[in-house]
Write a protein that binds this ligand. Structure first.
Ligand code: SF4
Ligand code: SF4
Length: 413
């Protein structure tokens, strides 16, 4: 839900006279007024947990928005605090008043287009960036770059995984094994196709084995999630609608990026976009699962946990794998700091969160760490590396491929 914001200032506002707000601005005030300052959201907010500062909390940010509405502050005054929100949606899940925090945030956040958003919006530039990542990975340049002082640009490279593989679609349609259950389109995403070729291979193997015909769709443009998260809601929404239209003829579209599928679903208003694990969990696996013996920590991406109702079915599906024990670890509910474009745009804050997550995982000593979101995996792997841990994250599709016995392509790597 979006609100017109703020109402225009009156020429001579007095302490007695109330500004004359339009209906939409008064709706905005009602929305913000729904916050009763109870503070139940505070502990779930990763930025507040990282700094302990009220203006880094949802309640503090809402108070700043109220101050703009009451003309005590300007929209510009509150941008730094709003930009520090990693848009994890955790506060909304814990709010008893159902405050529409995200709607209000996006109505108050001004555009702050990052270099990443510019690169991802342009197919040539994103392909070039992907090519450079491949070269860096093959020549081991990232090891040298990791020794450089942290800067926005070098940090982006520091976060890239040790091994990246570009996905090249050798065939557009991957037929289902056995009886056809449904035709499913794969949204490749801007980042996924550049670095996660191995995981896309896992996805194809699992989906086709489970009776789904997989169509690789070359969408024309980025879905706009990054634009939306960096304050350009108009462009982000328009891009989502255009991207969604590339998949018009499919009833089911899966995307490896939780951020992309959640954004496409929200902005296009179509319930056809799925996280692949949620899709598999809701459709059900039709094969017996082999044992995968491990104590595993499962990091649920924020967009899955807070925006999609049926994410718990994924946990149940993974728990069905014999001898795979999902373990609890501290602060699993807190964002790892990869949210939005924070990894690049807010390196210090993001690092504090990534560091905390890496320590929590390291303390729990899992044998495998599962995460289905690329941004989270890049962030957590980098911080595990920074604290000297040799552990790295894996996509749960890898575990499913092993459990379903469709890991021939993995053995060949
Ligand atoms: S939990 Fe909701 S009502 Fe309570 S302080 Fe946070 S936003 Fe306000
Ligand atoms: S979206 Fe996340 S980071 Fe932003 S205020 Fe809510 S809990 Fe905090």
């Amino acid at each position: 839900m979006h609100y017109a914001w703020p109402c225009a200032p009156t020429e001579k506002a007095s302490v007695i006279e109330q500004p004359q707000c339009s209906d939409s601005a008064s709706n905005a005030f009602d929305a913000i007024d729904a916050c009763m300052h109870c503070g139940l959201c505070i502990e779930s907010c990763p930025t507040y947990r990282a700094t302990g500062i009220e203006s880094d909390s949802p309640r503090g940010r809402l108070q700043l928005m109220r101050a703009v509405h009451e003309q005590r502050l300007t929209t510009e005054d509150i941008q730094p605090a709003l930009e520090r929100c990693v848009q994890c949606h955790a506060c909304e899940s814990s709010c008893p008043s159902n405050v529409d925090y995200s709607g209000l945030l996006h109505d108050n956040l001004k555009e702050n287009k990052s270099l990443v958003a510019t690169v991802m919006a342009n197919k040539v530039l994103s392909n070039l960036a992907g090519f450079m990542l491949q070269i860096s990975s093959r020549l081991g340049l990232h090891r040298f770059i990791r020794r450089l002082p942290q800067h926005k640009f070098s940090r982006a490279l520091m976060l890239t995984p040790d091994n990246t593989k570009r996905f090249s679609a050798k065939q557009k349609i991957h037929p289902a094994n056995g009886d056809l259950r449904a035709k499913v389109a794969l949204q490749l995403g801007c980042i996924e196709r550049q670095i996660n070729g191995d995981i896309i291979d896992d996805l194809i193997a699992v989906f086709t084995h489970q009776g789904f015909e997989l169509h690789i769709v070359e969408q024309e443009s980025c879905c706009g999630a990054i634009h939306y998260h960096t304050g350009d809601a108009t462009t982000g929404t328009a891009m989502a609608k255009e991207c969604a239209s590339s998949f018009g003829k499919f009833d089911f579209v899966v995307s490896l990026s939780a951020g992309c599928s959640a954004h496409l679903q929200q902005q296009s208003g179509k319930n056809t976009f799925y996280d692949p694990l949620i899709f598999l969990a809701t459709q059900g696996l039709r094969s017996r699962l082999k044992a995968v013996k491990a104590k595993a920590a499962w990091m649920v991406p924020c967009h899955l946990k807070h925006l999609q109702d049926n994410w718990q079915q994924v946990g149940a599906m993974l728990s069905d794998i014999p001898q795979l024990h999902l373990i609890e670890f501290n602060d699993n509910d807190l964002c790892c700091g990869a949210g939005g474009a924070a990894m690049i745009t807010k390196p210090q804050l993001s690092s504090a969160m990534g560091d905390a997550k890496a320590h929590c995982l390291n303390d729990a000593q899992p044998q495998r760490i599962l995460s289905s979101n690329s941004g989270c995996r890049m962030q957590v792997d980098a911080h595990l590396r920074f604290i000297g841990s040799r552990q790295r994250t894996e996509h749960p599709l890898r575990i499913l491929a092993l459990a379903l016995g469709v890991d021939e392509h993995i053995k060949r790597r």
